[in-house]
Each structure stands twice: as C-alpha cells, then as structure tokens.
Design a protein around this ligand. Sequence first.
Ligand code: PEP
Ligand code: MN
Length: 338
Amino acid sequence: MIVVMKQGATQSQIKNVIEHIEQLGLKSHIIVGTELTVVAALGEKRDGARQALETLEGVDKVVPILAPYKVASLEVKKEPTIVRSHKLTIGGTQIGVIAGPCSVESRQQILDVAHIVREAGATGLRGGAFKPRTSPYAFQGLKEKGLQLLAEAREATGLAVVTEVMAPEQVAMVANYADVLQVGARNMQNYPLLEAVGESNLPVLLKRGPAATMDEFLLAAEYILKTGNRQVMLCERGIRTFEDHTRFTLPLASVPYLHQKTHLPVVVDPSHGTGKASLVAVMARASVAAGADGLMIEIHPEPDKALSDGFQALQPQAFRQLMDDCRLVAKALGKTLG
Ligand code: PEP
Ligand code: MN
C-alpha cells in the first residue's frame, strides 16, 4: 500500500504514520517528492491495515500498489531516480557513459583505457576483475589485483569505477575499491548477492538475465531496493533468442517499457547486446534515441589481444566517434551525455 500524505503534512504526522505501519508488522519506506510525501507500507496484506492508516492525521488516501514490485514501481515514486558517483550521473536529463575493457588485464592497459575514456568525455570506467566466464578454463580476472588497478585508474582520472561482484562474500572486498557494484546477467536472480550489494550502500548496476522477463528483472531490483539502497540502475544487455546473427538479441523496447513502469534509470549495453564491434555504435545511438539514461560500452586499445570479449570491443577512435554521435542524438532530445 501507499500512504499518500496531504500537501503540507507535518513531520510529526509522517512519523506517526511510519510508527503505525511498523506496529502493523509492515516495513515503511518514505519517499519525499517535490510536491507530496508518500510512505510505502510493504509486507504481507493485513486485514484492516488500510482503514487504520486512512484515519490517521495528515493522511490523504491509502492506495494499493498494483505492480508485483513495490519500491521500484512508478506508482510509489513518480520522479526519476538519478544515480550519482564522482562525475558519473545517470538519470534525468543526464546520460552517463561507462566505458572500458571487458577485463582488467594489466596496469598499463587499464590506465591507458581510463585516459581514453575520460578524454572522450565519458565519466564511468568499467573493467571486470572477477569475471563470470562460460568456460572454467577461460581467463577468470585479476581479482583483488585488478580492483587495485581500477582504484589507481580512478585516482588518475576521476572516473567512477564500475566493476562486477559475483558472490556475497566478495562484496566487502569489491566495495573497498569500487564506486558502483555490477551484478552480472548470470547473477540477476542470485538473491543473497542482491541483498548483499544492497547492504553495501554503493550504487548498483543490475544487468538483465538473458532469460529474464521484465517483471523478473524489476523484482530482482526490488531485492536491492528493499534493503534501503535506492541507488539502483537497470541494464538491458540483450536476451537469448533463436537468433544467432548476434551474440544476444538487444530488445530496445525494454527502455521505454521500463520507463513506463519504474523510476529507476535504464542503461543499455550494446557491446554484450550485439557481440559484434561493427554493430555497437549504431545500437548505442539507437539506445539514446529510445531514451536510455546510460550506456555501457566495451573498448580496448588492441581488441585482437584482449583476454575476453575482444570481438565486441571498440577501438579508441571508434569510441570517440560513438561519443560524438550519441551526443548529437542526446542534444536532439534535450539531454546531455558524458
Ligand atoms: C560484463 O559486463 O563484462 C559481463 C560479463 O556482462 P553480462 O553479465 O551482461 O554478461
Ligand atoms: Mn564482456
């Protein structure tokens, strides 16, 4: 349920509503909007709860939340959520670009790439230190050493570091170095991991599972939000279909669909979404045109030598071009990109 407070409701009336919600055995979640304050009451349905809350002072009305996800729902919060870390801003009229290699491979590689990313005008640096690889024999990442190199690249450039965490017991270590925790597609429904990244209180980039529906995706985000962490971004990275001309199928309609259902910002990853370097820039432009709040792009100075995903990595010049082209599309929509 959502308890909608009257315009001008006092702090003590809001506090009283929260106390009542908790006495009913429900969890409260306050959202202060520009015009109204609403308090979401989350948990199992209770007989009489709605009536009890409706009669409290300062309450305008109590309405059920129809969507299966609650805190993620636009019914609970109308204003778009904006995620910020260092110079990276994702949401509202700002399209944030996170770029970097698939994997951190060496000090030289990540520092070179970080400078390329910054000079092209992006504000987030990606790079996997813990890599979820299909084959157990493939490069698994530099692990803590990779995190240290990412932190060094942040110090050198001011970029926000976005990196994947694969297990709940790794969250504390990764959070020690990273600015944004990435939950990978394979882990979208790893519920203990979702709770652990939520509790870290760092912003989280949640990737869509390749076989997840939109409701499953939003309910996964709900696990993070339920911990009280509101800094969640959704990332469309393509789904598995019968198609094999691309690595995955990138359904861009999910961007406007998600904007109709949630206040959370939506990032698109056309690198994994297509798996082909030659398709990435066009799909990045299309993502911006579809209303994406952010882009995640894999780049590498020497893609043919990359230890993972070289086939989908853009070379520096192609990335600079992508940034210039996407900036034009963003401008046409009254947004800025960087
Ligand atoms: C990645 O970002 O490098 C990655 C492994 O992505 P996904 O989880 O979307 O496959
Ligand atoms: Mn990759």
